[in-house]
Design a protein around this ligand. Sequence first.
Ligand SMILES: *[C@@H]1O[C@H](CO)[C@@H](O)[C@H](O)[C@H]1NC(C)=O
Ligand SMILES: *[C@@H]1O[C@H](CO)[C@@H](O)[C@H](O)[C@H]1NC(C)=O
Ligand SMILES: *[C@@H]1O[C@H](CO)[C@@H](O)[C@H](O)[C@H]1NC(C)=O
Ligand SMILES: *[C@@H]1O[C@H](CO)[C@@H](O)[C@H](O)[C@H]1NC(C)=O
Length: 481
Amino acid sequence: MGQTTVVLVLAAVAAQSVGAVTFAVPGKVGTGSYSFAPLDPAPLGVSLEFFTFPSYITNVTATSQCLENWRALTGVWPPIRIGGTTQDRAQYDASTSAYVVYSVAKAADAPMTLTFGPKFMTLAGTYAGSVVLGLNRAKNNIQNTIAAAKVAVAEIKNLLAIELGNEPEYWVKDKQPIASGTWNSATDRASQNDWNIRVGSAIEKTNIIQAGNWNDSPPNWGAAGLIATENATVSQYVRHYAHHNYPGGSIQKLMTHSTTAQNIRAFNADVAAAKAVGKQYVLGETNSVSGGGAAGVSPTFGCALWTMDYTLRATSSNISRIYFHQGTVGNCQYCFWGRYSMGSPYYGAYAAVALMAGAKHIAALDTGTTNYAAYAAFDSSGAPVRVLLYNSDYYAGSGTRSSQSFTLTGLTSASVRAKRLTASSALSRVDQGGDLSFGGQYFNNVTCTVGGTEDIETTVVSGGQATFSLKATEALLVYLQ
Ligand SMILES: *[C@@H]1O[C@H](CO)[C@@H](O)[C@H](O)[C@H]1NC(C)=O
Ligand SMILES: *[C@@H]1O[C@H](CO)[C@@H](O)[C@H](O)[C@H]1NC(C)=O
Ligand SMILES: *[C@@H]1O[C@H](CO)[C@@H](O)[C@H](O)[C@H]1NC(C)=O
Ligand SMILES: *[C@@H]1O[C@H](CO)[C@@H](O)[C@H](O)[C@H]1NC(C)=O
């Protein structure tokens, strides 16, 4: 990460700040009044839209380095999921030597129909991290899906799970064949159960299906309802339950911490239902605003902060993995990176990965009801290793920027180091030359390599306490050890 400049920050409280918010850092996992969640080795991953997955891997330079930056932090390649709307427009063609075959009027369009060949699976098999593969259910051609699933099992050595269908609640609107008669959450559950058994038995694999995959809100479309209909025959094939989520709204609303905490709470019952049957619950496809994102929201620094906070609120709530969707290359407001430019949300994702890297547990230290958040990560010995602080007060670049003091108690070292995630405004965009940085550093366009000089702040601990000042619309990652 290049040269290191050490800046000593005195524990003085900025003049304009109101009273400090105080968080007690538990000395050990499982102590105090907090809820602790176990962490996956790589909880943050990406979902690559089905038709454009080969482009991301073979024709977008940033992809490998952007994933490698997270691997460098955690030691584990981030998980990927291949799927999305075009998975239910795709049919397997054993005879094609191409990854994908389709035609579109404009490069920015997603195809209405496409085929893919065995090489698609071979390419997915070259990825060193885990792969979840989304296959077609909507076309109601189970033999084609089984043929594709067999090649997937043979070619993808890190295949974690297969999905059968994407967002089935929209299939009536999309005029998909399987939904031509009665189609509602009950018919979908029966269909999922039937396909899970038939595909799972055809490929001779149990514990292989990532079930669910709805975007509409639970409980009507949700894991608890599905689980209630599953007998042991179906259940043996299911590995995880997944939901999709695009909270949307204005950037101010989106990045506000209490909004995010409330959004994640909507999944609590489904997470608990999955846990009760011993299975993981994931956000299988998610991002800020549906349909590729919104220009005034998704590419901004505020959205980077949302990405960070949302990921950490989800993992703190026992959601095992979060797959951020990456859509059409060159036509994607929420994408973390593109062919020519980085996307702001990548910075927030990076900070979230940096908090959780190598840790075994996480806890939210705040109640989720204010603009101020704190998360603590714990290592395998149970000791707290890092804390992330977030001031979600909104600052859009004009007028006085307020600041807020955060006090941490229960600290055991003489001083702590920290890296700041900042920019001049919630509306700053890296793709428009905005000044986003994490610990003073940035990510280069095209290559995704780290640029700039690392800036570490050191804060003295006194009586087990340290106080940090965070400007409105800013986050700070504190290293306790
Ligand atoms: C890679 O992307 C460029 C830019 O869109 C395009 O011109 C080229 O055809 C693509 N190459 C492949 C192999 O897809
Ligand atoms: C289990 O459920 C499946 C599909 O929902 C059904 O076809 C099968 O008959 C059920 N098995 C038993 C033993 O009830
Ligand atoms: C997450 O699961 C753990 C058990 O693994 C439990 O103790 C904890 O309360 C759960 N957290 C939440 C927020 O539900
Ligand atoms: C990245 O590309 C954008 C869009 O061209 C540009 O505005 C920005 O200055 C570039 N950033 C860096 C760090 O070169």
